[in-house]
Design a protein around this ligand. Structure first.
Ligand code: ZN
Length: 275
């Protein structure tokens, strides 16, 4: 009798251990065990806005032009860009994509060590010809935000180049139709023109859903972010204060200027300090 008791205790103990292991490997699953029937009920629980706000921010970099012989806050030379990517790789950074950031923020999914995201605004042709090949050389992938009025225009990506980015494992997001700031959208016609139709068209070009947005000029307000949450899983702003009620719709980024790799690492540390 005692032997049977001991064996049953051992079985129950092992099942509990198994259940515990399952709980620790899946961060966001809730496991319940009841005494009659040892079972694991897993449930997905979304973080509240407050919990999302409290999480350490992942550094998100924003590049615009990559051009030699030009100066400006939104331009870096091709050699500077290459140096930035090299120092990030050499320093043990791992690029993540918006879907990973979304799962981290909402469901506490684990990210690789030293995560960062790299993003590109304005659909410039050099994003395809210079940036993507350098990223790929180091095993990195980025998010490219397209303003769709630029399709096939001089100095901008062709629709084939945009599709090729998605095929290579990068993410293609939307940056409006013609770069009008969301705070200027007056009615549903504007939302159709700037968000809904371009989102559909871009998805057809890439063969993938378009679920991420970068605000033109980084500008948003609570009303526009609320509306945007109907269409986009995550929206990216610039280094401004976040809307504490809608943290998924105002993920902070820093614009990377022409600067040394060491300087870049320093600004990453300063702008996205761990709490
Ligand atoms: Zn822009």
């Amino acid at each position: 009798m005692n032997k049977i008791k001991t064996i049953s205790s051992l079985i129950i103990f092992s099942l509990v251990l198994l259940a515990c292991n399952k709980t620790t490997t899946k961060d966001n699953k809730v496991s319940t065990i009841n005494s009659e029937n040892v079972s694991v009920v897993e449930k997905t629980v979304e973080n509240t806005p407050e919990q999302i706000m409290a999480k350490p921010q992942v550094p998100v970099l924003c590049y615009h032009r990559i051009e030699d012989g030009k100066k400006g806050d939104y331009t870096v030379s091709s050699s500077t860009f290459a140096a930035h990517i090299k120092i990030l790789a050499d320093s043990g950074y791992h690029s993540i994509l918006p879907a990973q950031l979304y799962d981290y923020l909402l469901y506490n999914k684990t990210l690789p060590e030293n995560p960062f995201m790299i993003t590109f605004d304005d659909s410039r042709v050099e994003h395809s010809t210079i940036a993507a090949p350098i990223l790929e050389k180091y095993g990195f992938r980025g998010a490219f935000f397209i303003m769709t009025i630029t399709y096939n225009k001089k100095n901008y990506m062709t629709t084939e180049q945009i599709a090729a980015l998605a095929k290579a494992g990068h993410v293609v997001g939307l940056h409006s139709w013609d770069h009008t700031m969301v705070t200027k959208y007056k009615d549903s016609i504007d939302w159709q023109k700037q968000v809904i139709l371009p989102k559909e068209k871009l998805a057809k070009i890439t063969g993938q859903p378009v679920e991420y947005w970068a605000y033109p000029n980084g500008v948003y307000n609570h009303t526009s972010a609320t509306e945007m949450s109907k269409y986009m899983k995550l929206s990216f702003s610039l280094a401004t204060k976040r809307d504490s009620l809608l943290p998924l719709q105002c993920v902070r980024r820093i614009i990377v200027p022409e600067c040394s790799g060491e300087r870049l690492l320093k600004s990453i540390r300063n702008s996205f300090k761990k709490k």
